[in-house]
Design a protein around this ligand. Structure first.
Ligand SMILES: [Zn+2]
Length: 283
C-alpha cells in the first residue's frame, strides 16, 4: 500500500539500515527480550525498511501510542521519550498552544471550542500536520492521543507517508475499564501545587491535605465520574475501531497493563519497543 508512495523522495542511500534487511536489531541482540511475535510482525516491511526512522541501535523513534483515557499512556510517553530521542505530540497540548499562538488551525479550533463543540477531525489533522513539519519532529515523534478516529488514521497515514515519516511502531497500552475507573475516580490533585495523589494507591500522608505543600486536595474536572464516562464512550466508539484495524493488519504491539503500576508497565513498554530497561531506582 505504501510502496507506491515510496518512489518519490527516495534518499540516495538507506540511512539507517546498517543492521540488514529488517532494519531492526537481530533477535537476541537486545538481551533476547524481543518477542518472536514482534519480530515476525516486521517481516512484511523488509522491502522498504530503509524508510523506517530507526535509532542507530535499531529502536523505533516514530511511535504512536494508543490506550484508554486514564490508562497512563501520558506517563509512559514521558518516561520513554528521552530514550527514543523523540518529541511527544499530544493533540490536547497542541490545541491549547495553537489557540494561544493564533495559528490558522488554532483559530479554527477556537471557534469550535468557544461553542463547546468537539474539535472536528480535519482541524485536529491540520494541527498535527503543522506540528509534524518542525525539524525536531522529523527526527522522531511519539504521538499520544492521535489518531483518535478512523478518519484521523487514514489522514495520518497519508500525510506522514508523503512526508516520509511513517510510524515504525504502533503501541497499544491496554488497561481494562474497571481499572481505569478505580484509578481515575480515586485520583486527587492538589489545588495549589498540582501534586497528584490517589485515595488507595498513593494516599497523601496528610489525609485530605496535600502531602507536599499542605494545600487543599480536589478532583480535576476531567476526573469527575460523568466526564470519565463520556471519555470512555468516545474511546470505545471512535478509537477502539482504529486499534482493532491495526491489530487485524498485524501492525499493533500490545502491552497488557492490567492492574500493573507505572514501573512495571514501563518495563513492558520498553520491551515491546526494544528500548533498554529503565535505569534502576536508587532506594
Ligand atoms: Zn500541594
Amino acid at each position: 500500500m505504501t510502496a507506491s508512495a515510496t518512489s518519490a523522495g527516495v534518499p540516495s542511500r538507506p540511512r539507517r539500515c546498517q543492521r540488514g534487511g529488517s532494519g531492526r536489531a537481530e533477535p537476541g541482540s537486545s538481551r533476547g527480550r524481543r518477542s518472536p511475535r514482534l519480530a515476525s510482525g516486521r517481516v512484511s516491511r523488509v522491502g522498504f525498511a530503509w524508510r523506517v526512522a530507526l535509532h542507530p541501535r535499531g529502536i523505533p523513534v516514530r511511535i504512536v501510542v494508543f490506550g484508554p483515557p486514564g490508562g497512563g499512556k501520558g506517563t509512559q510517553v514521558d518516561r520513554i521519550k528521552g530514550d527514543a530521542g523523540a518529541v511527544a505530540i499530544a493533540p490536547g497540548d497542541l490545541l491549547r498552544q495553537a489557540v494561544a499562538e493564533g495559528t490558522p488551525a488554532g483559530r479554527r479550533a477556537q471557534d469550535f471550542m468557544r461553542r463547546g463543540e468537539l474539535v472536528p477531525d480535519e482541524v485536529v489533522i491540520d494541527l498535527i500536520r503543522e506540528r509534524a513539519e518542525a525539524p525536531e519532529v522529523r527526527r522522531g515523534y511519539i504521538l499520544d492521543g492521535f489518531p483518535r478516529t478512523m478518519v484521523q488514521l487514514e489522514a495520518a497515514e497519508r500525510f506522514l507517508g508523503e512526508a516520509g515519516m511513517v510510524p515504525d511502531a504502533w503501541l497499544f497500552i491496554d488497561v481494562p475499564e474497571s481499572v481505569i475507573e478505580e484509578r481515575i475516580l480515586g485520583r486527587r490533585t492538589c489545588t495549589s501545587c498540582q501534586a497528584s495523589w490517589h485515595v488507595t494507591f498513593n494516599p497523601s500522608p496528610r489525609g485530605e491535605q496535600c502531602g507536599r505543600c499542605g494545600g487543599e486536595l480536589g478532583r480535576r474536572a476531567d476526573d469527575a465520574p460523568d466526564k470519565l464516562r463520556t471519555r470512555l464512550e468516545a474511546y470505545r466508539r471512535d478509537t477502539v475501531p482504529v486499534i482493532d484495524h491495526l491489530r487485524a493488519q498485524g501492525r499493533l504491539r500490545t502491552v497488557e497493563a492490567g492492574t500493573l503500576g507505572p514501573d512495571a508497565v514501563e518495563r513492558l513498554v520498553r520491551s515491546a519497543l526494544g528500548l533498554d530497561p529503565p535505569p534502576p531506582k536508587v532506594a
